[in-house]
Every structure is written in C-alpha cells, then in structure tokens.
Design a protein around this ligand. Sequence first.
Ligand code: HEC
Length: 117
Amino acid sequence: MKKTIATLLIVNGLFTLSYAAERYDTRAFRIVTKLCTPCHGTPFYMAKQLDSDDWEYFFDNEKKMMDIHKKKPKGMASLKNKLFQKHKKRLKKFFIKSSKDSGAVHGCDANFCGTHH
Ligand code: HEC
C-alpha cells in the first residue's frame, strides 16, 4: 500500500515537472529568437510590448506587419522566411500567450533567463 502511494507521488511529481517545463512553445520561442530577437529583444520581452489584441491584429493583417518593416530589409526577410510563414499560427499563439495582458511571468530555463534583451 505504502509503495503504491509513493509511486503515485513520484509519477505525479514527474508530470508536474514536465508540465512546468512545457508551459510555453519552445519551438516558437526558438523561431522568434532566430528571426525577430536581433531587433525586438528576447521573445518574452517582445511579446510583452503588445496586448493580445495587438498581436491578433498584426498576425491577422500580415500586410500591415510587412509595411512596418518595409524599410528594414532584414525584418522583411524574417517575415518572408519559410520558418515564419510555416509556423505563424503557433507564433501568434506564443505571442498572445505571453503578451502584455496575459499575466505570464517566465522563470529561468535553458532557453531563457531574466529579461535582458
Ligand atoms: C531588422 C530589424 C527587425 C526584425 C528582424 C524584425 N523587426 Fe519587427 N519591427 C522592427 C522595427 C524597426 C519596427 C518598428 C518599431 C516602431 O516603429 O516602434 C518593428 C515593428 C514590429 C511590429 C509592430 C509593433 C511594434 O512593436 O512596433 C511587429 C508586430 C513586429 N515588428 C513583428 C516582428 C516579427 C514577428 C518579427 C520576426 C519574424 C520581426 N518583427 C522582425 C524591426 C525588425
């Protein structure tokens, strides 16, 4: 009986750990780091600059987002990048989930530590 409870506790603990480690989309995080961070700062910092409504707006009006980057060839290249085009749905979700009004506060992990940018 005691053994069962111990096992349950351990399994439960593992679930909690893996859940905590995957609270955000690490793939989206890496894509943003690669394509946007050189100008916009770390992905979480970048996400926090806008409300969820704004992210929704920019991703639903991609042309507007392109217009803003017209004078930034590197920014344009990022928006046209295959990685961005292929994964924009999850990037949108990532930004909304970490936006200014999301209340999300991210701790330190292998991808991210602190708010420096
Ligand atoms: C070469 C630099 C550069 C890169 C790379 C870049 N941007 Fe930008 N981005 C800018 C500049 C400059 C602005 C205009 C900021 C302003 O006017 O306040 C901007 C503005 C924006 C805005 C409008 C809201 C705001 O913060 O002003 C969005 C949304 C945005 N960028 C998304 C992205 C995304 C998503 C990526 C990556 C796929 C990206 N940008 C990559 C330079 C860049």
